[in-house]
Design a protein around this ligand. Sequence first.
Ligand code: HEM
Length: 504
Amino acid sequence: WYLRRYFVNRKANPRGLPHPPGPKGYPIIGALFDQPLQDAWITYDKWIKKYGKSDMVYFEVFGQPFLVLGSLRRTNDLFDKRSSKYSDRPHSPMAVDHMKFDYALATVPYGHLWRRHRRAFHQHFSTSQVQKYNGAQTKEARMFLRRLLDAPDDFAHHIHHFIAALIMSVSYGMTVQETNDPYIFRAQQANKGFTDAGVAGRYLVNNFPAMKYIPSWFPGAGWKKTGEYFAELNQLVSRKPFEFVKERMADGTAIPSVASALINDLPAEGSPNREEEERVARNVAAVSYLAGEDTLASTFLSFVLVMCLYPEVQKKAQAELDRVLNGRLPEYNDRPSLPYINAFIHELNRWHQVLPSAIPHLTSESDEYDGYFIPKGTIVIGNSWSILQDPTVYKDPERFIPERFMKDGELDPNVQDPSVAVFGFGRRICPGRFMGDSTIFIVVASVLSAFDISPPLDKDGRPIVPEVRFGGDLSAHPLPFQASIQPRSRKVAEMIHNLELSEL
Ligand code: HEM
């Protein structure tokens, strides 16, 4: 295999160009012992600084090439300008072949099927389409306030519940209870399985795909049973709510949702492409849970953490909300009048991104770039962390400073918007970014207009300020911490308590 690869690469690289610099490691295993398993984005950032000025690091593990890009110049050059070569995805045998996460767009290879899914995503999650769901988002955000009021210590649990309720409402027009089935639990399980399958070294079949021929009764083949378990779970998660919406549409009781809009667009039953189109529609509706739950939950936990750490930022944000809202709860059309909140959201996206190395792309062809050779099949990682923590662009990057995005009381268009990296790159850029952004707005504005967030106090009344600790294999989540979340006044508490259920 190595010899074959050697000759293929020699043919593709007739001028014998070098690879970009990076850790060399050892014969055969390559940089196996250097490859980071935890907080990879931090190691990549260190390597980018260590291996010269090219903002790129190349290494191999068991012959698999990796390229890490550490600046916007590099991500623009490769992911945007050469997108036809840099938009494929690495194949994960465990996630796709065994667990059957093939409905998740992030796993779909670059090509016809991927384009069909993306087109449907753009049609139904564009800025203008997302606005259709602002009512549902506002309602769910207020339910979230009510839950915080009733049990403030459970904020992490409420965050997950809020996102689940929001996604069920927007994607399927359903309440969580209506699934009449522990759907959310299953979807959360599926999400964990998906993340787990991508962790380097967790499943050997990812490195040795031929292991798929081992029968599931074979000693040590427990991973096969895990695969079968998730395959069954995914059937339910991706199909059940979609079928529910179809039934409701048939009896005329469906509430407008992404799924109902997708179903309305389907070609007539019996048309030659109906089956494929229906599969695309089902996948697009289902994937918002997988893609939105982890990302948004982590962002909201960071929000609570930041509020414990930066009380003066919280006061400024609340002062702006009080000035504009005059005692009522926020709505979407308040957003243009809230520049500090908008700067705050930029900073929340920048400070500790949930996917600090985005999601890896794969080269579908060999390439020559800036005097270097990049082989076909290279896993290419855009290290957003390096871009959004660059001290030459964002002074004191470890500090949370919304003011860095403002000038003369307005958003400063000359400061680099973190959306250049936080949602990934090129043709694979997050298609749910408008939905993500509008959800973040309504949650941040609603919570800050109604609650004070602070560190809990110890027995002597001193604040226990949480540490900034993020962890994870692929994504970065704030590690568990305590916070005190109290209504800002008795009047506000009464207002939330008295919100009519029909209004919610
Ligand atoms: C704070 C919120 C979110 C963040 C920070 C985020 C970030 C990202 C990133 C970094 C990627 C990888 C892009 C790349 O490969 O270069 C991605 C992909 C994706 N995101 Fe999001 N996302 C968020 C919310 C959402 C939501 C709410 C949805 C669905 C409604 C969604 C759907 C997707 C999908 C389907 C992909 C895969 C795209 C593809 O492979 O073509 N995301 N996201």
